[in-house]
Design a protein around this ligand. Structure first.
Ligand code: RIB
Length: 310
């Protein structure tokens, strides 16, 4: 039997991570607690999560673009170390690799992120001819995409994937409005509270999560809508009428050290569960456990758990 193929088309970033007790005020200079560089990017993190969390019989392939610099080399190596096939990662001779400046608040473990697309902006439609998905070997079992590459590329790929009958898992992060005619091209839509609010035109503080999931599903998503709520758990709703809340893992505040990449871990784990034939409800539960493990460790990619840790 040919292996299942989870393909991620998305970003690779080097994370420049500063940890601080508080954020500097405008015009203020503060001394940080620590600084380090680490592999990241929503696409790369989701690829690492899918590879680390999958069992035998699954291959995970990353498709994206890095610069011909040290960051790009290290990013590819970090993915290889997680078990990801990086043949589809193009090295651009002109652009620098993508970067993300991340400030982690030591007290709350929450992060603020500022990205520079760099070579990720080179992942354009021209790389993906109409025959792209039909020529894959082994054929794709699940396609994962986010929004740290150009939106036009992602929309083009949603069209191609839909036409080729490939299961797509779309995590529109960071969120921008998506043309309504593209919702019927997605199989599974995974968003956090902020993204759900932006897509539905609500204020995040006033978001009715169940209503937002219903609205997004009614736009035509083919399988399910999942809204993750960090420490509060999450909610899912499927086209065949199933839905429910996922309970958060109860954790001591001191155990939560870094939430960066928790959402990516969730998406990667969800994809693995779906290709393993689990239901959306089971996939959501398992992905929640994986994300709960992630926040106990530092680093967006470095902190992603392996299958035997769940
Ligand atoms: O989701 C976390 C990721 O967002 C980080 O690794 C950073 O690169 C940004 O893309």
């Amino acid at each position: 039997m040919s292996p299942k193929n989870i393909t991620i088309i998305g970003s690779l970033n080097t994370d420049l991570v500063t940890r601080t007790r508080r954020l500097p005020a405008p015009g203020e200079t503060l001394t940080a607690k620590s600084f380090n560089t680490a592999p990241g990017g929503k696409g790369a993190n989701q690829a690492a999560a899918a590879a680390r969390l999958s069992g035998d019989g699954v291959v995970v392939k990353m498709v994206g673009c890095v610069g011909g610099d040290e960051f790009g080399r290290d990013l590819k190596q970090a993915l290889v170390d997680s078990g990801v096939d990086v043949e589809g990662v193009v090295v651009d001779k002109v652009e620098k690799s993508g970067t993300a400046i991340i400030i982690v608040d030591e007290d709350t473990a929450e992060n603020r992120i500022l990205i520079n697309l760099g070579a990720n902006a080179k992942v354009t439609k021209v790389l993906f001819p109409d025959s792209y998905f039909t020529s894959m070997n082994p054929p794709i079992s699940a396609l994962l995409m986010q929004l740290e590459i150009p939106l036009q590329t992602v929309l083009h790929l949603l069209n191609l994937a839909d036409a080729a009958g490939i299961t797509s898992i779309f995590n529109p992060a960071p969120a921008v409005p998506i043309p309504v005619n593209f919702y019927p091209k997605m199989d599974h839509l995974i968003v956090n509270e902020t993204e759900a609010a932006l897509l539905t035109g609500e204020e995040v503080e006033e978001l009715d999560v169940e209503a937002a999931a219903k609205t997004l599903l009614e736009r035509g998503v083919k399988g399910s809508v999942v809204i993750t709520l960090g420490a509060k758990g999450g909610y899912f709703s499927t086209v065949d009428g199933k839905g429910g809340w996922m309970k958060p893992e109860v954790m001591e505040p001191k155990d939560v050290v870094d939430t960066t990449g928790a959402g990516d871990t969730f998406v990667g784990a969800f994809a693995v569960a779906i290709v393993e034939g689990k239901s959306v409800e089971e996939a959501v539960k398992w992905a929640g456990v994986a994300a709960g493990r992630k926040v106990r460790k530092r680093g967006a990619m470095a902190g992603i758990p392996w299958r035997n840790e769940l």
